[in-house]
Design a protein around this ligand. Structure first.
Ligand code: IMP
Length: 189
């Protein structure tokens, strides 16, 4: 059990444990950015963030990249229960950019069943980018329902519901610096 003293008081009682510290996340993103730099050397990259969960991954990744990159965002909603998605995805905000012919890196916070990303990947591929790869900070392999081409993965985590560092439950906890698990009573009703 981790020391939760640094977690802001209003959230502390809701948290079960720290799954990844801010430092672990930062170190891993530095490694991933170096990999991306190597793979895209001499090219320009369009990084596409999936709102809202990927905001911190996007900003921390972009600041570590040395290859020239531009940014765009999509927002999607995935119908389902509070903590699972159904695969029926609706685009709430589309890209501003035409991605045809561009090298696109889709940036996700977490891949759980994979249904949301499966939809997004196929949708973006149909727009004929020069290349399309996926970076996800987190993945829960035990929950996967579809096979996905995840090029860059930060961490594999067990089947626990996590929040913080952009991830929410009912729009709360996104601003926490660590990724933490919630007490089941908070989200299982
Ligand atoms: P999927 O379609 O099941 O892969 O779900 C992907 C989306 O569900 C993510 O982009 C998150 O918005 C949300 N999600 C899945 N697992 C978690 C979690 O543990 N915490 C917070 N959000 C999650």
């Amino acid at each position: 059990m981790s020391d939760l003293a640094h977690i802001p008081a209003p959230f502390r009682d809701d948290i079960d444990d720290v799954v990844l510290t801010a430092e672990q996340i930062s170190d891993r993103l530095t490694e991933l950015a170096a990999e991306v730099d190597r793979d895209y050397a001499g090219r320009e990259l369009l990084i596409v963030g999936v709102l809202k969960g990927a905001i911190f991954v996007m900003s921390d990744l972009a600041r570590r990249l040395h290859v020239p990159s531009s940014m765009d965002f999509m927002a999607v909603s995935s119908y389902g229960s509070a903590t699972t998605s159904s695969g029926t995805v609706r685009i709430l905000k589309d890209l501003d950019t035409d991605i045809e012919g561009q090298d696109v890196l889709l940036v996700e916070d977490i891949v759980d069943s994979g249904l949301t990303l499966d939809y997004l990947f196929k949708n973006l591929r149909s727009r004929k980018p020069a290349s399309l790869e996926v970076l996800s900070l987190l993945t829960k392999p035990s929950r996967r329902e579809v096979d996905l081409p995840l090029r860059y993965v930060g961490f594999e985590i067990p089947d626990v519901f996590v929040v913080g560092y952009g991830l929410d439950f009912a729009e709360r906890y996104r601003g926490l610096s660590d990724i933490v698990s919630l007490k089941p009573g908070i989200y299982a009703s």
